[in-house]
Design a protein around this ligand. Structure first.
Ligand code: PLP
Length: 449
C-alpha cells in the first residue's frame, strides 16, 4: 500500500484527500500541514509538538455560524465548547469570530477572561459546579449557567441572592436518546450522570422548583446526547423530545422557554472510513425538524444553540513526534515508540479512539510495515494507535505525525511520568507562531514545596 491516499494538488505538493484539505505532501515527500513543512516545524520547535491551523479554526466557526443564521435566523447560534481545547489564543479567535462559548470550570472562565473574552456571552456547564465555581462565575459576570440538577440551581440562587442579582440559567435535561457512539462519550440517555431525566418526571419537578426561585431566571433548556455522532436524525429526535417537553411546560404551567441548546457532538474525520459531514446540510435538517415540531405543537421557536467542540477544532490539529525505537518481535508484533504518548493524547487509552498516523519525512515511501505506535510511558496501555502502516525503513529520528488532534488532546494532557506538556504552535498563512510554550522541567516543580 502506498503511504496515504495521494492525489492531485499543486506543482509542488500533492493533496491527501483522505482526512482534511489542509494536509498535503511536498515534492520532496514531506508532509505539509496548513501550508507548512512539518519536518521543518519538528526541527524548529522540537517534539512532541501540537500544531493548530488558525485558518481552519476560523473557517469552521464561519461554517457553523452561517448555517445557524441561514436555517434558524437571528439569535440562534453555535457556541464553541471550550473543553475541546482551551488556551488564551483560542478565546481571542472566538472573540474575533464573534462566537459564543461554553465553559465547564473556573479554570476555563479564568482563561477566557485573561484573553479578554466577553464572559457575558458564555454558558457555564458541568454536572457538579462547586460553590467556589458558582461564586467566581457570578462575580465575573458569567452570562448563563446550565444547571445540571436542583442542588446546583439552589446554589446559584443563594449566590445570586448575596449579590442582589437575578442570574440567567438553563436546565440540562436528558432526553433519553442513544446516539450510537462509544459509551464513555454518550451522555443523553436517561441513566447518565448528566442532566435531569424527562422520562421520570424529574425534569418537570426541577422546572417548577426553578421557576419558584426568586434569584434565578429560567431562560430555557439544554441537552447533550453524545459525541462523534454521525448517525442520522439523532439531533432531530433529541430536538423533538425537548420541544415536546417545552410545549408541555407551556400548556401546563404557562412557561415559555426562550432558548433551547442541543449540545455538541457532530462527528469529525479521524480516519479515511469516517464520513465527511456537510454542516450546512445537517443544521438545515435539524432546523426543518425544529420548525415542523414547533408548528405541530403550536409554540414559538426558541433560540436554538449547539455546542460544537471537535467540529470547530479537531481537524485544525496535528501532533508531531520523533521516533525513538523500532522494535520487531519476530512472528508477533512491531512497535514504533515515539517521544510522547498518553500524557499528550490519552484518547486511545480512554476510548480506543482511531487516528491516522503518517511518516512525515517519508511520505513517498511504501507504507507496508504494520506496527503499533506507542508512547514512552511506563504503561502498556500507552498506545497512540494499533495496526498502523508506516514505511519499513522507520528508524530513530524519523517524524511521525498524528492527524486530527486539535480536540481533547492538549485539553486532556497530563504530566504523567513527569513529562512536560508540549507547546502549541499556531499556523497561519504558511507562517508559524508559538501560542502555548513548552513546559520546562522547572514548570514541573513549580508548586512543589
Ligand atoms: N457540550 C457538552 C455539554 C459536552 O459535554 C461536549 C463534549 O463532551 C460538547 C458540548 C462538545 O462535544 P463535541 O466536541 O463532540 O462537539
Amino acid at each position: 500500500m502506498e503511504n496515504p491516499s495521494l492525489t492531485g494538488g499543486t506543482k509542488n505538493e500533492r493533496k491527501i484527500e483522505m482526512i482534511c484539505d489542509n494536509i498535503a505532501v511536498s515534492k520532496e515527500g514531506r508532509l505539509v500541514f496548513a501550508g507548512c513543512d512539518t519536518v521543518d516545524l519538528a526541527h524548529k520547535y522540537g517534539t512532541p509538538l501540537y500544531l493548530l491551523d488558525e485558518n481552519k479554526i476560523r473557517e469552521k466557526c464561519r461554517i457553523y455560524k452561517e448555517a445557524f443564521k441561514k436555517h434558524f435566523g437571528e439569535g440562534s447560534k453555535p457556541l464553541y465548547a471550550s473543553k475541546a481545547n482551551c488556551f488564551k489564543r483560542i478565546y481571542e479567535i472566538m472573540t474575533e469570530e464573534d462566537m459564543g462559548i461554553d465553559v465547564v470550570s473556573s479554570g476555563e472562565i479564568y482563561t477566557a477572561l485573561k484573553a479578554g473574552y466577553d464572559i457575558s456571552k458564555a454558558y457555564f456547564h458541568s454536572n457538579n459546579k462547586t460553590d467556589e465555581d458558582i461564586s467566581y462565575a457570578i462575580e465575573n459576570g458569567i452570562g448563563y449557567f446550565v444547571a445540571d440538577n436542583i442542588e446546583e440551581v439552589k446554589a446559584v440562587d443563594r449566590e445570586a441572592a448575596k449579590r442582589g442579582i437575578r442570574q440567567k440559567l438553563l436546565l440540562r435535561l436528558s432526553p433519553g436518546i442513544d446516539p450510537h457512539t462509544y459509551e464513555a462519550i454518550s451522555t443523553g440517555e436517561v441513566d447518565s450522570k448528566f442532566g435531569t431525566a424527562i422520562e421520570t418526571g424529574q425534569a418537570e419537578e426541577i422546572t417548577l422548583l426553578t421557576l419558584d426561585m426568586p434569584n434565578v431566571e429560567l431562560v430555557g433548556f439544554h441537552c447533550h446526547i453524545g459525541s462523534q455522532v454521525f448517525a442520522e436524525d439523532v439531533f432531530e429526535r433529541a430536538a423533538v423530545v425537548m420541544l415536546e417537553f417545552i410545549a408541555d411546560m407551556k400548556k401546563k404551567h404557562d412557561y415559555t422557554a426562550l432558548q433551547l441548546d442541543l449540545g455538541g457532538g457532530y462527528g469529525v474525520r479521524y480516519t479515511e472510513s469516517d464520513p465527511v459531514l456537510d454542516i450546512d446540510q445537517k443544521v438545515g435538517e435539524v432546523a426543518a425538524a425544529v420548525k415542523e415540531a414547533c408548528n405541530r405543537l403550536g409554540i414559538e421557536m426558541p433560540e436554538i444553540h449547539m455546542e460544537p467542540g471537535r467540529g470547530i477544532i479537531a481537524d485544525a490539529g496535528m501532533t508531531l513526534y520523533t521516533v525513538g525505537t523500532v522494535k520487531k518481535i519476530t512472528g508477533y508484533k512491531n512497535y514504533v515508540s515515539i517521544d510522547g504518548g498518553m500524557p499528550d493524547n490519552p484518547r486511545y487509552a480512554l476510548y480506543k479512539s482511531s487516528y491516522t498516523c503518517l511518516a512525515a519525512n517519508k511520505m513517498n515511501e511504501e507504507a507496508d510495515f504494520k506496527c503499533s505506535v506507542v508512547g514512552r510511558c511506563c504503561e502498556s496501555g500507552d498506545i497512540i494507535q494499533e495496526n498502523v502502516l508506516l514505511p519499513g525503513s522507520m528508524r530513530r529520528g524519523d517524524i511521525v505525525s498524528v492527524c486530527t488532534t486539535g480536540a481533547y488532546n492538549y485539553s486532556m494532557a497530563s504530566n504523567y511520568n513527569r513529562l512536560p506538556r508540549p507547546p502549541i504552535v499556531m499556523l497561519r498563512n504558511g507562517e508559524s507562531y508559538v501560542t502555548v510554550k513548552r513546559e520546562s522541567l522547572e514548570d514541573l516543580c513549580r508548586n512543589d514545596i
